[in-house]
Design a binder for this molecule. Sequence first.
Ligand SMILES: C[S@@+](CC[C@H](N)C(=O)[O-])C[C@H]1O[C@@H](n2cnc3c(N)ncnc32)[C@H](O)[C@@H]1O
Length: 397
Amino acid sequence: MARAPDGRVAFVRGAGPGDVVRARLTQVRKRHLRAVVEARLIDGPARVPRFCPRVDVCGGCPWQGVDAQVQGAALQAHVQRALDQATGGPAPLLPLRAVAPHTAWRSTARLHWRDGRLGYHRAGGDLFDVPECPVLAPPLDALYAAARRRLLPALVGQGSLRLTGAPDAASGTLAAFPEGAAPPELARALAALVEAEPSCHGAALLDRFEARTFGDAVDLFGPERVPHPAGTFVQAHQPGAQALVAEVVDRLRGAPAVLELYAGSGGFTFPLAAAGLQVVAVESAPRAVEALRAAAAARGLADRVRALLGDAAHLPTDPPRVALVDPPRGGAAEAVAALHAAGVERLLYVACDPNTLARDVAWLVARGWRLEEGRCFDLFPHTGHVETWVDLRRGPS
Ligand SMILES: C[S@@+](CC[C@H](N)C(=O)[O-])C[C@H]1O[C@@H](n2cnc3c(N)ncnc32)[C@H](O)[C@@H]1O
C-alpha cells in the first residue's frame, strides 16, 4: 500500500514494504488507486528472493518476495486493528503463529479449466496454463502432473478441479466440478486416472445432477485421521491447521460438551471427541456429514459424536452451553445471533476472514460479551489471508 501525492491510498501489486518502484496505474477511483509494478528500482529491507517463475502473472501468492516475518507482522496488525475496533480495544491477541513449511505447503488446491487450458486465474482475471506449482505439497505435485497427463483432452467446456492429499500420504484424490453436465469422456478419464496412476487413489465427478466416485475418494488427515471426501472442505496448510486445532481443543478441554457449527467432515470434531468432549456437530454439506457419521461409527464414537445435517443458524434444542464455530468467509452472523438467543455462555470462533469476524464480535460485544483471548495463524503463506481463533465469554470478567 502506498500514498499518492494527493493522499489517496494506492494498492500496488508486486511491491513490498520500502520498495521504490515504477508502477503503471490500472484503476483510478475517488478514494483509491490500483497499480502494478513495472520495474523495481530499489529493494526495500523486507525483500527476499522469490521462488516461483510465474509469480508476476499468477494471482496466487501476491506477497511472495516479502520476508515471512514481515508478512506475519502485517497479518497480525490487520487482525489487531479489526478486533480493536470491534471490542473498543485493545483486543488481547497472542503473538501470531507461523508453522513451516512456507513453500510446497498446499494440501489442497483448486485449478480451473477452459478451452484446453488448466491453471489458475491471472492476477488481472483470465485463466493461464500452469504446468506445475511450487506451493503444492509433494503428494499434490505428483497428482497434478498425473491429472494433466490423463485429463487434459477430456476437460472440454469449463469447470474446476480440486486436488487434495495429506502431507504424509503417498497419494491423493481429485474432484472435478464441470459447469453444466459432465462430458462423458471425463468420467472415463477419471476412472483411468484412478486405475493407472499411483498418485491418485480416488476421484469424484460432481456436476449439478449427481456425484459419481471412482476408487476410494476419501483422504485421511492429521493424527485423528479425519476423513475428507474428495471435493469437501479441508484446510490447505495442514501443519498449521493441526497446531490451530490442538490449541482450540486445549482451550475447550474440560468442558463436558460442545456445540460445533460448520463442522465439515470433522476437522475439530474428532480431536474434540478424543479429548473426551461430547460433540454435537452441525454441517450443511451432505457428503461431509455422511463421512463424519461413518467414521464416528467405525471408530466406536457414535455415543460421543452426534452429527446433524442442516443450517448452522437452526440450532438443535437444548444445545450445550459451549459452542465452536468455523464458518466460511461470509462469517456466522445468523448462527451467532442464534447462539446468543439460546443462552450459550462461551463461544470459540475460528475465522478465515478478519472483517466478518470483527463484525460478529462487535455484535456480541454490544450485547455484553467480551473477548477473552485470541490468536492468528499464518495458514496461507504469501497471501494477505489469515486464520484467527477468538475465545468469547458472555458477561463481564
Ligand atoms: C471453513 S469450513 C470448516 C470445516 C471444518 N470445521 C474443518 O475444520 O474441516 C466451513 C464449513 O461450513 C459448511 N457450511 C457452509 N455454510 C453452512 C451453513 N449455513 N450451515 C452449516 N454449515 C455450513 C461448509 O460446507 C464447510 O464444511
